[in-house]
Write a protein that binds this ligand. Structure first.
Ligand SMILES: Cc1cc2nc3c(=O)[nH]c(=O)nc-3n(C[C@H](O)[C@H](O)[C@H](O)COP(=O)(O)OP(=O)(O)OC[C@H]3O[C@@H](n4cnc5c(N)ncnc54)[C@H](O)[C@@H]3O)c2cc1C
Length: 674
């Protein structure tokens, strides 16, 4: 492990950065620097404990009089709703699915990290903290990440108490496996269905509160606007997706736990419904959007097979524990049956380039390496577009070593899924995989209390700009979602709610009426354009632009081109959109239109953010900034900051506020997994 500073140190190890380059000049307006107003001080390992103590309490009788809206029932929102309900607040919980249990979190496969050190392999809270900061390429906040590592151990205890069936070893202890970017085994799992089991745990805790009368659930409701009264978040406007009715819901605070926006790329591993509307609407109401260009491309997904696909499927990173990744050394071998290619003609390129971490390098590094070998013409599988997009993930060694039953036991459902989709049996033939969009590290800016810059608006889980910096390590999203929902938010939102009771508002308050009218007007606008193209066709086109120019590799020229193309697409959308049906019934093309309109605006901001950041860090790879051997090259002296973007109106240019990232416990280093 690279050296760290004195752990109790509070003296800055780096200076605020000073940006010299200005690639995005003309596309944005520089704004004032910001600081995290809730940032803690003191020795890093005492900050969270101290803050929990310092934050004011709300007595149980007063909690009953305070209300909180939570948008989202995934791990972040479900856990928060259950916990705040248990504490006695009045909670309204929203999701657009027909059950809270269908939130995208249910798709999570591989596992959840925690610094339990059950394997006695050298893990600790500090090591999880260190790995996460390094994995994120030194672009996350130290205090938040340390808190995450501390809380990780509580999550496992909580979930075990709920009855989550984590995998166990023969002796009965909880089992662990490894994920990318680390050299210890700290990932807890429930076969390849970890998200599903964790979500059932959160859901039953939520339903208990529904029965107790503290939580009211609103399924098939989509939040379409944030209500801000006198500068504070006080409610939402939502559409009942079945009846089409527009409803206003008011509360003392609003929590957005609405997930990530990876579907801006059209093709991704995310659930088809995942979208940016909740956070983008809040952004347009003044909430800063932070680091929007930080996207995670996951190396192990089933490759794209043709032009009419609308979904990509993840093969969990856990498979890299036992699967070995390779391509043929010779281009001529690429269309051979892989079983006929002898060992000496195979290039296990991750093991070759990164001997210390091998197949378990972080996702950004594994993805780029796969792209490079395919770009060289050594990809495998069918030619899609103009080249073969695939590398092998081979279990022959592991099956030989451990036997097929052991592999089936660990990964059976993933292997079955692969076979159902591709028609190939991965116990016999190596899987083919290729990188795909999977997760976003960007999201709404929040302070240490998970509060956005709009007082009373809190953001949790993948929806906030998160603790993962420029690259998230595997199995850390579930950890963050549950940390936020079960442990962090309940302890920070009380500091805000302790200011209650808040001014009374009702549906006639001007800001409330205005938000509702805006939603109604927008819906009518979608229905009245009367053009020729479906929202889906605009979405697909946007996705192509984003993947081509703001995907795995980004260049100044490409990003400028993308911004122009997205602006043209936006103009076409608002003049040529066709939405069938009416507003007063179930209308999925109307739902889609709203989501695509927001994706288009987000896409433009992502490109501006990527254009401004003329460095490579984590998932953000600017071709202009790489080491001699093609690794990401950061420029800490210019870019060690969080980019927090402010909406400046339809015709305005986004305003860039910078929050300096200052480290006291870990020295910033060039990342190496060799
Ligand atoms: C295939 C796959 C596998 C993964 N595996 C892992 C893994 O093994 N380990 C790991 O750590 N991470 C994994 N991840 C990442 C992880 O699953 C997600 O980051 C995490 O589940 C996000 O949880 P969340 O609670 O923030 O949001 P989500 O689970 O996405 O929930 C969002 C909620 O918000 C609601 N919502 C959104 N917008 C609105 C709106 N406008 N109005 C009303 N409701 C709204 C939705 O209905 C939903 O209830 C995986 C991701 C994918 C795609």
């Amino acid at each position: 492990m690279a050296s760290t500073a004195d752990r109790s140190h509070t003296t800055p190890l780096n200076q605020p950065s000073v940006q010299r380059s200005d690639d995005a000049r003309g596309y944005y307006v520089p704004g004032a620097n910001i600081v995290d107003p809730a940032a803690p001080t003191g020795p890093i390992e005492e900050r969270w404990e101290q803050r929990k103590f310092d934050n004011r309490l709300v007595n149980p009788a007063n909690r009953r009089k305070l209300s909180v809206i939570i948008v989202g029932t995934g791990l972040a929102g479900g856990a928060a709703a259950a916990t705040l309900g248990e504490a006695g607040y009045q909670v309204k919980s929203f999701c657009y699915q027909d059950s809270p249990r269908r939130a995208h979190s249910i798709a999570a496969q591989g596992g959840i990290n925690a610094a339990k050190n059950y394997k006695e392999d050298g893990d600790s809270v500090f090591r999880l903290f260190y790995d996460t900061i390094k994995g994120g390429d030194y672009r996350s906040r130290e205090s938040n990440v340390h808190r995450l590592a501390e809380v990780s151990v509580n999550i496992i205890d909580q979930c075990v108490a709920q009855g989550v069936p984590f995998a166990r070893e023969y002796g009965g202890l909880l089992d662990n496996r490894s994920f990318g970017g680390v050299q210890v085994s700290r990932t807890f799992y429930a076969r390849g269905q970890t998200g599903q089991q964790l979500l059932i745990g959160a859901y039953q805790a939520l339903e208990r509160q529904v029965a107790a009368g503290t939580v009211e659930t609103f399924t098939r409701h989509e939040m379409l606007e944030l209500i801000v009264v006198d500068g504070r978040a006080r409610g939402i406007v939502a559409r009942d997706l079945v009846t089409g009715e527009i409803e206003t819901h008011l509360a003392d605070a609003v929590v957005l736990a609405s997930g990530g926006y990876g579907n801006v790329f059209f093709l991704s591993t995310n659930a088809m419904g995942s979208n940016v509307t909740a956070t983008w609407r809040a952004h347009r109401k003044g909430a800063y959007m932070a680091n929007p260009c930080y996207t995670q491309i996951h190396p192990t997904c089933i490759p794209v097979s043709g032009e009419h696909q609308s979904k990509l499927t993840l093969m969990s990173e856990s498979l890299r524990n036992d699967g070995r990744i390779w391509v043929p050394k010779k281009k001529d071998d690429c269309d051979k049956d892989p079983r006929d290619i002898p060992e000496e003609d195979r290039d296990y390129y991750l093991e070759r380039i990164y001997p210390s971490f091998g197949n378990l390098v972080p996702r950004d590094i594994a993805s780029r390496a796969a792209k490079y070998v395919c770009d060289e013409g050594r990809g495998v599988g069918p030619v899609v577009g103009d080249f073969r997009r695939g590398v092998y993930l081979d279990f022959a060694d592991a099956i030989g070593r451990l036997g097929e039953p052991a592999i089936r036991e660990k990964y059976g459902n993933l292997f079955d899924m692969y076979e159902r989709i591709t028609g190939e049996n991965p116990y016999e033939v190596p899987m083919r995989i290729y990188p795909a969009v999977h997760y976003v590290m960007g999201g709404l800016w929040v302070d240490y209390h998970l509060q956005s810059n709009i007082p009373g608006l809190f953001v949790t889980g993948e929806a906030n700009f998160s603790d993962h910096g420029a690259n998230r390590l595997g199995a850390s999203a579930l950890m963050q979602g549950l940390a936020d929902g079960y442990f962090v938010l309940p302890n920070t939102i009380r500091e805000y709610l302790a200011d209650g009771p808040f001014a009374r508002i009702d549906e006639t308050s001007p800001a409330v009426a205005e938000a509702r009218t805006a939603v109604e007007g927008r819906i009518q606008k979608f229905l009245s354009i009367g053009g020729t193209r479906s929202a889906d066709s605009f979405h697909r086109e946007l996705g192509n632009i984003m993947w081509e120019y703001c995907g795995m590799e980004r260049t100044e020229e490409g990003l400028r081109k993308a911004i122009d193309m997205i602006r043209e697409l936006k103009a076409a959308f608002w003049s040529d959109l066709k939405v069938l049906g009416t507003a007063d019934s179930l209308n999925q093309s109307l739902e889609k239109a709203g989501r695509v309109a927001d994706f288009i605006e987000l896409g433009e901001l992502m490109c501006i953010d990527a254009l401004n950041r003329r460095e490579s860090c984590g998932g953000h790879f600017r071709a202009e900034s790489q080491t001699e051997d093609g690794e990401a090259l950061r420029h800490d002296e210019e870019f060690a900051y969080v980019a927090a973007w402010e909406w400046a109106g339809e015709d305005g240019q986004p305003v860039l506020h910078k929050e300096d990232l200052i480290y006291t416990a870990i020295e910033m280093k060039q990342r190496s997994y060799k």
